[in-house]
Design a protein around this ligand. Structure first.
Ligand code: SF4
Ligand code: SF4
Length: 472
């Protein structure tokens, strides 16, 4: 007689009012439970995780459903399909580079108190990338991603606008190389905005450079940390530049990125200021929990407050979405997009898989956060990508067997968390970000319920704002 192994971690139950929702972690599918499923789940409740169950101990007609969800597996069947997909990609070498981050200058014109960059200098003393290195990086990207699919070049620093001549040369060169191959090249940049002028704004607009502005909120919050080398706050100048920018930038929506550090938890108020008063398209929040400057990390109780505020803002997002509007809350919008698109992943991010960062010496780093760190690099722009070292790293990241992630309900959304955070906290790229796993699971459960409410009451919103990407 057939027998099946029981994997309760392949189903995650959530209550939504009187309804019972079933979330399937391997695929991110979401469905409502029905009486037949409830009956089966009750039967399964008497077994332990990993236990082998005889076929005749369960309702025959539901076994197929449970096997399709991999809640039950026959001998030799994989338990989590997404791990296998990415492992196959790695084995076949089919992980083409599609995004290169160029650290055009390690220098910055500001001295933000919490800055994590290990290689940060002031603007004049920074290591500036030379044009030969930058062009070799573009050549590498074109080589590693043949064909006509789009590629992305991200300008990063320090403050990238401290090396604008190089940025212009790269845009010019990459556009020509892209045109010759009928290959779209997208550009983007995160900037502190202080060096923007109307002519720079117009230049970037002409070349459709996606802009994200680092801005922490109203003056009292922004000026706490985002300061000049002489200690002056930068809010006034950033606000003036942002107002100019938003009034003339037409090619792509402009977003704000907020760094939340110790003592800064007012997500709702910051969002209101940046979205409603200044008019950013979208606001994304980055809570700092494992920065190099430990004093700035959010302590646990403040991190919990941050997630509480995010849920409060999330309620507004849902209400507006049901009314057909988008309030531009980046973190929840991204989570709902991942759920709607079924973007299940076994690796936390694109780093090493389709994204690398080039430093001023032309070395290839795992991502922009690792430039200047002790982590060995993965080749350079002349010799090429060290695929075998990357394959080894990514295979290690995929193997979660001895980490707590393998049974986590959000393992295919979080996938172990940011390598850099883990590296900074534990010196290990792959250790789970234990300091806030519970908060992350609660937040994701909130996002799943929010998604279900929108799906139920306003499916058109998902079609327009996620599938077609209508601007708020
Ligand atoms: S890091 Fe934590 S939240 Fe993320 S998958 Fe692992 S256990 Fe889950
Ligand atoms: S390792 Fe962390 S910082 Fe780097 S790309 Fe991934 S998520 Fe982002």
């Amino acid at each position: 007689m057939s027998q099946y192994q029981y994997h309760p971690h392949n189903l995650h139950r959530l209550e939504q009012g009187a309804q019972s929702l079933l979330f399937h972690p391997p695929t991110l599918a979401l469905f409502q439970s029905d009486p037949a499923m409830e009956r089966q789940l009750q039967q399964l409740g008497q077994f332990n995780a990993g236990e082998w169950i005889q076929q005749d101990q369960l309702d025959k007609e539901l076994i197929d459903d449970l096997r399709a969800l991999r809640i039950l597996t026959a001998k030799g069947e994989p338990v989590d399909s997404s791990d296998r997909v990415q492992q196959l990609l790695l084995d076949s070498g089919e992980f083409p580079l599609s995004t290169l981050i160029l650290n055009v200058n390690t220098g910055c014109n500001l001295s933000c108190t919490y800055c994590y960059k290990e290689d940060l200098e002031d603007a004049k003393n920074g290591l500036k990338m030379d044009v030969g290195t930058a062009f070799a990086a573009v050549d590498l990207l074109m080589r590693e991603n043949p064909g006509d699919s789009p590629v992305n070049i991200v300008f990063f620093g320090g403050e990238p606008l401290t090396h604008l001549p190089l940025i212009k040369s790269v845009i010019d060169y990459a556009e020509r190389e892209g045109d010759q191959r009928s290959k779209p090249v997208n550009f983007s940049m995160t900037t502190n905005a202080t060096m923007l002028t109307p002519s720079i704004m117009d230049y970037l607009d002409t070349h459709r450079v996606g802009l994200t502005i680092s801005m922490d909120g109203p003056q009292a919050i922004h000026d706490k940390n985002r300061i000049t080398s002489t200690g002056n706050g930068t809010y006034a100048v950033v606000r003036r530049k942002v107002e100019q920018l938003l009034s003339r930038y037409r090619s792509r929506p402009v977003g704000a990125r907020v760094t939340l550090t110790r003592g800064v938890t007012d997500v709702v108020g910051i969002h209101r200021h940046l979205k409603e008063e200044l008019g950013f398209f979208e606001v994304g929040f980055a809570p700092v929990t494992a920065g190099d400057v430990a004093n700035y990390n959010l302590p646990p109780e403040q991190l919990a407050q941050v997630f509480g505020e995010m849920r409060q803002l999330g309620e507004r997002y849902v209400e507006q979405a049901i009314a057909g509007g988008n309030i531009g809350f980046g973190n929840l919008h991204q989570l709902i997009s991942n759920l709607h698109n079924g973007s299940s992943k076994a690796l936390p991010c694109a780093a090493g898989l389709s994204l690398l960062a080039v430093d001023g010496n032309g070395e290839l780093n795992l991502c922009h956060r690792f430039t200047g760190s002790a982590l060995p690099t993965f080749g350079n722009v002349s010799a090429g990508v060290d695929k075998s070292a990357l394959r080894q790293l990514l295979s290690n990241a995929l193997d979660k067997s001895d980490r707590g992630c393998s049974t986590c309900s959000i393992r295919n959304l979080c996938a172990g968390g940011c390598y850099h955070e883990s590296y900074t906290t534990d010196g290990d790229l792959f250790s789970p970000t234990w300091q806030y796993c519970d908060l992350l699971r609660d937040w994701t459960d909130f996002g799943i319920r929010a998604y279900h409410r929108i799906l139920d009451q306003s499916p058109d919103y998902l079609e327009q704002h996620i599938i077609q990407g209508v601007n708020p």
